[in-house]
Design a protein around this ligand. Structure first.
Ligand SMILES: [Zn+2]
Length: 132
């Protein structure tokens, strides 16, 4: 019997031969005891098990992408407009990149255009902005 398992160290899926007591992760070399591993799939067929391993690894990648999106969303909403307002007052005249640095954002272009639209800031000189 073969089993699809997930490596406890690198979290990648791989196939083990359940007849063997131990197996090694092909990704990071971690030795595991096959009987203690949670099997996500078991089959007498090596090729079916390999396909299940492929599914496991794809799912892992999807989860990572999802994490990335969650983090971007958090970054975008981590500053309430009230915080931004007091930062704008502190900065006086500022460029979008100065604002981004102050708010620890990757870029503040979207924020600046939103603030412009809502009339919270105005362009005081080319590429520089001030709180209204
Ligand atoms: Zn591993």
């Amino acid at each position: 019997m073969f089993g699809a398992v997930v490596c406890p160290r690198c979290r990648k899926g791989f196939a083990v031969d359940l007849e063997h007591d131990t197996s090694s992760c092909p990704h990071c070399g971690r030795k595991v005891q096959t009987r203690r591993m949670k099997t996500y799939f078991t089959s007498a067929s090596a090729s079916l098990t390999a396909r299940a391993v492929g599914d496991l690894n794809r799912r892992e990648r999807d989860l990572r992408t999802f994490d990335g999106e969650v983090m971007t969303e958090k970054e975008r909403t981590s500053h309430s407009l009230k915080d931004v307002g007091s930062v704008l007052t502190e900065l006086g005249e500022f460029t979008p990149s100065e604002l981004a640095a102050r708010l620890e954002m990757k870029d503040a272009d979207e924020l600046v255009s939103r603030l412009l639209l809502t009339g919270s800031i105005y362009e005081s000189s080319l590429g520089r902005f001030r709180k209204t």
